[in-house]
Design a protein around this ligand. Sequence first.
Ligand code: ADP
Length: 562
Amino acid sequence: MKIRTKISLSIGLLLAIITLLGAYAAHTTERSKRNTENILADNYNSVKYAQKMLWSIHNLETDSLLALATFSENLALQQRNISENAEDKHTAQLEKQFNTYRTAPSKANLIALSETINMIILLNGNAIEKKSEIATNTAHQALILMIVLALLCFVVAVCMLIKIPQTLTNPIEKLIEGILEISNHNYDKRLRFDEKSEFGEVASSFNNMAEELAQFQQSSMARIISTKQYLEIVINSIDEPIIGLDSEKNILFVNKTATAILNIPSEKMLKKSALDLSLSNDLLRRLVKGIDSKVDDEPLKIYTNDKESYFDVHYLALPEDSGIVIMLNNITRFKELDNAKTNFISVISHELKTPISAIMMSVKLLKDNRIGAINDEQSALAQSISENSDRLLSISSELLKMTQVEAGVLQLSPKITKPIELINYAIGATRVLAAKFECNIEVQYPETIEKLFVDSEKIAWVVTNLLSNAIHYSSDNARIIIGAKEVDNKIEVYIKDFGKGIDSRYHKTIFDRYFRVPGTKVQGSGLGLAISKDFVEAHAGTIRVESELGCGSCFIISLPKN
Ligand code: ADP
């Protein structure tokens, strides 16, 4: 039933009861009035007439004419006002007695008249009493009925007071509840209202909406699941190990290759904390450690499938810090090729040393006057062969050093060394070269300086290489400063030239293997600085350059104090 109908019916019922109550009250009042009038008309008048007739009897002796006239008049009125049973009989008897008295007046007739009049008074008096009683009872009943009706009104009003707000608020409360459920993604929520009520339409619209949302959610879920499955297939079909972590470092996904190298089944990894799992897995611990340190340029050596494999680790940070993807690139094949190349270079550079030494020996003999005189042209050719052989020997020895570093067979024999020893060695080793270019080498050395604990042969080679570069990349008659100083708990050996300088773009890359600053005319292999870096880092030191184009360069080796 519609709420409007319910309210209308309730108010209608209340109105009907109130109308009934009013009508009944009016009717009862009217009836009481009529009863009173009847009593007045029927009985009170008869009593009045009878009393006047009694008065006439008493006054017969004093004023018989007036008394008789009054008697006759009231008797006539009484004869027209008969309302009670037996009243007509007494009235007729009164008339007869009055006529008798008129023909024969006597005391006895008067007494008879008085008795009959008293009878009429008694009759009407009883009637008044009876009618009053009936009127009182009727009024009492009317009062009870009106109280009942008023109570009924009260009950209906109270019911309306309780029910109507409930009828209005209950559906709204249920609707609010339903909307909250929907906002909490409970799309199974349905509203059941009386279809005929105003809220029936709201409920059916709500239910339709919930139904559509449920269907949408199901289709979205199906889409998400199929996308997830598709991504899982893609990730699993990638041969390279991949591990996905969320922002809390919980494992979101991991492919088969990753589970194989980690040696943990995927079901034991998914949704688990990588930090917890890393406590019992060395490889995972290294990978997780790398997330914060962001060091991913060192290849990772892993022993899998009965052989050593090498992986490049890449950390791919997801947008808005939502997680990180760890990707391992299998570089074993490249590493093997690199090793093969290193071995090849090592063998070649080693094998080249003997023939180059033989050539140098032969050229030295050729230039010896004791063997025979050679002309100037031949001497120049011999000099060129000698210089080129020198270069070839230095290149092959640099290559050999590089292969030692790459193969990881660099053997250090550290001993306590004064920095000045290294400087003096380098100056001595480049004396001929410095003389050739007429360079002026200045030494800056403090009075007291701590000693170093290094493989003096290797570090001396580094300093020599740097000094040789400074001479090569400076103009003739140039000034070069070589020195050492203490900085904090380190000792810095520096070689400063005032040559053409190095563009800041290349300050890092000059330490890469085979790299030469574009446009460099001086001949070289591009290996000297790379090997220097490896040697210095093998001593837990660092090498850097401070340089400005046109102002010269300063190479600084920083090594820990002894
Ligand atoms: P090489 O000198 O054999 O080419 P290096 O590794 O010693 O190889 O040097 C790499 C490059 O760095 C050089 O080719 C040169 O361009 C640049 N370089 C090195 N030292 C200096 C310097 N003192 N002044 C200017 N450029 C330099």
